[in-house]
Write a protein that binds this ligand. Sequence first.
Ligand code: SAM
Length: 213
Amino acid sequence: MSQAHYFSQDVPPLEPSELRPVDFRVLGHAGVQLVGAAGVFSHGKLDLGTKVLLRTLARLGPSYGLPAEPGALLLDLGCGWGPLALTMAALRPTARVVAVDTNPRALALTKLNAANLGLDNVEVAAPADATALTGIVRLWSNPPIRIGKAALHELLTTWLDRLAPGGAAELVVGRNLGADPLAQWLGSPGGGARGVTRRGSAKGYRVLSVTPS
Ligand SMILES: C[S@@+](CC[C@H](N)C(=O)[O-])C[C@H]1O[C@@H](n2cnc3c(N)ncnc32)[C@H](O)[C@@H]1O
């Protein structure tokens, strides 16, 4: 499988003719056709790992464990075309949802999908433009495992250190992509001695809930 979408900072901007339908409805609601485009992760359908994450979080209750405070900062790390950010924004319309990705096409698609859904509480940002974001109350991510262990550790350390006290991150990681060693590392002193709980396990994926140390 090509991994070009992980390293696509230099891709050209999206043309309307490039938009392709995505087979996903936010919270199952019919009506709005979401879009993806070549060069963006799983651009035609919801990725299986992301599906496992959403199904696991749905078991936490109708708000998927998202806090109700207006203005709460919710973050989608590595948003792709936006399934996690859009779901957060639909569940909590008064929250501030920020979707971060290195891929400008991903950011453009998330912005477009949010606008088409009428979700005006979604912002998109490149990582370099999001360094001031702290006090994140919930972070959801299907993280870019294939960037390599060292880069992934650096990425997760950067963002998990921005969680609010009492905040949490919900991560989905393939078992064969190192979910268990990653969980162990996150709980170790080198990984920040964070609280790590396995929330669920399905279809070859683990859902890890991570809290500040
Ligand atoms: C496994 S995909 C998940 C995409 C989307 N959340 C989904 O579920 O379909 C990981 C995403 O992380 C992005 N990414 C890679 N490196 C990143 C970085 N350093 N910071 C933020 N996002 C990054 C990739 O461009 C990709 O869109």
